[in-house]
Design a protein around this ligand. Structure first.
Ligand code: PMP
Length: 359
């Protein structure tokens, strides 16, 4: 088996151990004679999988009974609209604009005709930093904790009088979060980067906020429907939930979110050092204080041809997924949880060699 090093932004590399377990259980889940995706979501077998996912998310984030875990289809993109639909009636919706993914959420607020305000933005410098601001009182204060395209990340949550709503699609389960000490109302994240495969969106919602959801919404667009029916009002994406479960067990085995954070810091440091020590050959997109531990976006200012050569020669060395997003171009290395330190070492080494050969 010849696996590449996969730096894709999402869907992304999965831990090898998780893939192996899924493969082993594909046709015979725990010796029961069927694959997990072949049985009813109403069966005790699937109940077990679902309950463990909820328990493991709660354990990893140290959540108490104030929070509920909901698993929703439709991706984080459905979340952009659900947030506004469920909570827009509570007052003015406040948004911080840190790039394409918050712009899309803000657009939904417009479509829904909400009273909303963008209280901070880093658009003025092509989203290369996280602005400093706080949210006053309102329906909710909305942020995207890690901006996948630009490689910027909040390293502390903004102060907020309104319940915070966080799109954590590209940094969920990558570090501990102080739910108790912050005013988080809802955190949601598509699973396909740090937490498994596409098809399921992990939602952690405070019961107090859950209870304030708008009534008379279309059934599948109401958070209450998911809360009242164990996220199984209809058939849930059973295989994606099973995969999420395997990833959660793998994170626990590695030592939980503090251990994962230390590992992620070590990996990011290698790449940022390679950029900073390149004497201007590479230019990181994000300002130093806002640098992401998950997505490292950079350019080769000397020429676009060199960027093309960089991807090509990386591919020849078995490193894929390094092409930057069309909004900023250049190079992006996504180094989510599943990427190993040794794999990032290989990329950092390649960056150094490429710079000295082509400077
Ligand atoms: N938010 C962020 C930060 C993302 O990176 C993405 C996808 N790359 C999304 C939302 C959209 O997620 P989905 O495709 O699951 O709707």
């Amino acid at each position: 088996m010849n696996r590449v090093i996969n730096f894709s932004a999402g869907p992304s590399a999965l831990p090898l151990e998780v893939l192996q377990q899924a493969k082993n259980e594909f046709m015979d889940y725990q010796g029961r004679g069927f694959g997990i995706m072949e049985i009813s979501h109403r069966s005790s077998f699937f109940d077990e999988v679902y309950n463990e996912v909820v328990a493991d998310v709660k354990q990893l984030y140290a959540l108490d009974d104030e929070y509920e875990v909901l698993l929703i289809q439709g991706g984080a993109s459905l979340g952009f609209a659900m947030v506004g639909l469920n909570y827009g009636h509570l007052g003015r919706a406040l948004y911080a604009d840190t790039g394409v993914w918050t712009q899309k959420a803000i657009k939904e607020a417009g479509i829904l005709g909400l009273d909303y305000e963008v209280v901070a933005s880093s658009k003025d410098s092509n989203y290369d930093y996280i602005p400093e601001f706080s949210f006053s009182d309102g329906a909710y204060g909305y942020i995207c904790s890690n901006n996948t395209i630009y490689g910027t990340q909040y390293h502390a949550l903004p102060a907020s009088l309104a319940p915070l709503i966080i799109d954590a699609s590209s940094d969920v389960l990558s570090k501990p979060i102080d739910f108790k000490g912050s005013n988080i109302g809802l955190l949601f994240a598509g699973a396909q980067k740090n937490a498994g495969i596409a098809g399921v969106c992990l939602n952690i919602i405070k019961k107090e906020l859950l209870e304030k959801a708008a009534k008379n919404l279309p059934t599948m667009l109401s958070y209450e429907t998911y809360a009242k029916n164990q996220s199984m009002f209809n058939t849930p994406p059973t295989f994606a939930i099973y995969m999420l479960g395997l990833v959660l067990k793998w994170i626990k085995k590695l030592g939980g979110l503090s251990a994962i954070k230390a590992r992620n810091e070590q990996k990011a440091e290698l790449l940022y050092s390679a950029i900073d020590e390149s004497e201007g050959f590479y230019k990181g997109h994000a300002k130093a204080k806002s640098r992401s531990l998950m997505n490292v976006s950079f350019n080769i200012p000397a020429s676009k041809d060199l960027e093309l050569k960089f991807w090509q020669e990386a591919a020849e060395r078995g490193m894929l997924g390094l092409k930057g997003h069309k909004h900023i171009g250049g190079i992006r290395a996504s180094i989510y949880n599943a990427i190993e330190l040794s794999e990032v070492q290989k990329l950092a080494q390649y960056m150094k060699e490429f710079a000295s050969k082509n400077a």
